[in-house]
Ligand binder design. Structure first.
Ligand code: C2E
Ligand code: CA
Ligand code: CA
Ligand code: CA
Length: 277
C-alpha cells in the first residue's frame, strides 16, 4: 500500500487501524475512569542492602479497565501526557498514595516513605508544589512520607526547577529516575536538587556476576556518594546482582528478585514473610 493516500494506508493496515481505535477509545474513557476510581496503585518494596529491611515503596499506577482488563502504565501514560490528562491522573495518584499511607498508619502497618512517579507535564504546572503539600497535609501526613521520582529533567523550565527546590525545602525527597538513559544523566544532576539517584534497570541488567563487569554502575555509585546522594538500583532480578550491588556500595535495591509490585492489601503479608526469610 506504498503509494496509497494516508486514509487508505490506515484502511489497509489492520493493526495500525485497531491500535488507533483502541487509543481513541482509551482517551475517551479517561475522565469516566477517574470518576469510577478505575486507577489503582501497586507498591514495590525498596530494600536497604545493609539491613535487608524494607525502607520504602515505589507506587506504580495500573488501570482496571472495564473492557480491557488490567492496563499497565506504558499503555496509557504517553497518551495521558499528550492529552494533558496526566495532570488530573497525577493528582489521583498522589491522593491514592497519601490515602494508603494514612490507612497503613491506622492498620498499624509499619509506615515507610512512598515514592510517586511524576511526569514533567505535572511539574510544569504553576501550582504543583502547593498541590502536593496540601495533599500530604489533608491526609494528616508529614512531607517525609512522600517522595517524588522525576525524569526527563531536560524538559523542565526555571519555574519547574524552582518548584522542585520548594518541595525539597518543605521536606519532600526527590529521586532522579532512569539514571543512565538518554533522559537522565550526569548533566541533569546539576540542574535539579535531588536526594537520590535511581540507576536504570537497563544498566543493572548488565550485571551478570559478582565481578565488576559493569564499570558504569560502580562509577555511578562512587559519583553519587561524592555528591551525597543515596543510590537505588532498579530492576534487580538476581541474587548475584544483589551481591554485586552491595559490594559496590549501592544503598537500596528494588526489583523482582526482592518483590514484584503488589496491591496494597498484599503488603502486610509480604512484610511478615520477608522478615522471616
Ligand atoms: P519506572 O518508573 O522506571 O518504574 C519501574 C518499572 O519497572 C515498573 O514498570 C516496574 O513494575 C518494573 N520493574 C520493577 N522491577 C523490575 C524487575 O526486576 N525487572 C523488570 N523487567 N521490570 C521491573 P511499570 O509499573 O509497568 O511502569 C512503567 C513506567 O510507567 C514507570 O517506569 C514510570 O515511568 C511510569 N509510571 C508508573 N506509574 C506512574 C505514575 O503514577 N505516574 C507517571 N507519570 N508515570 C508512571
Ligand atoms: Ca520510577
Ligand atoms: Ca526505569
Ligand atoms: Ca520511567
Amino acid at each position: 500500500a506504498k503509494k496509497a493516500g494516508r486514509g487508505q494506508y490506515r484502511f489497509f493496515d489492520q493493526s495500525l487501524n485497531l491500535k488507533d481505535v483502541e487509543e481513541f477509545h482509551l482517551e475517551q474513557s479517561f475522565a469516566e475512569a477517574l470518576r469510577n476510581r478505575e486507577f489503582v496503585l501497586h507498591y514495590q518494596p525498596q530494600v536497604c542492602l545493609d539491613s535487608m529491611e524494607v525502607i520504602g515503596y515505589e507506587a506504580l499506577v495500573r488501570w482496571h479497565h472495564p473492557e480491557f482488563g488490567l492496563l499497565f502504565p506504558d499503555r496509557f501514560i504517553p497518551m495521558a501526557e499528550n492529552s494533558g490528562f496526566v495532570i488530573p491522573l497525577g493528582m489521583e495518584v498522589l491522593r491514592l498514595a497519601c490515602a494508603q499511607i494514612a490507612q497503613w498508619k491506622v492498620d498499624n502497618v509499619p509506615v515507610r516513605p512512598v515514592a510517586v512517579n511524576v511526569s514533567p507535564i505535572q511539574l510544569a504546572q504553576q501550582e504543583f508544589c502547593r498541590d502536593v503539600i496540601n495533599m500530604i497535609h489533608q491526609h494528616g501526613l508529614k512531607t517525609c512520607h512522600l517522595e517524588l521520582e522525576i525524569t526527563e529533567t531536560a524538559m523542565l523550565d526555571a519555574k519547574a526547577v524552582e518548584s522542585l527546590h520548594s518541595l525539597k525545602a518543605a521536606g519532600v525527597k526527590l529521586s532522579l529516575d532512569d539514571f543512565g538513559t538518554g533522559y537522565s544523566g550526569f548533566a541533569h544532576l546539576e540542574a535539579v536538587p535531588v536526594d537520590k539517584l535511581k540507576i536504570d534497570r537497563s544498566l543493572i541488567a548488565k550485571i551478570c556476576n559478582s565481578h565488576d563487569d559493569s564499570p558504569i554502575v560502580s562509577s555511578t555509585i562512587i559519583l553519587a556518594k561524592r555528591m551525597d546522594l543515596k543510590v537505588v538500583a532498579e530492576g534487580v532480578e538476581t541474587r548475584e546482582q544483589v551481591v554485586h550491588l552491595k559490594v559496590a556500595g549501592c544503598d537500596i535495591a528494588q526489583g523482582y528478585h526482592l518483590s514484584r509490585p503488589m496491591p496494597p492489601e498484599d503488603v502486610p503479608g509480604f512484610l511478615r514473610t520477608f522478615a522471616e526469610a
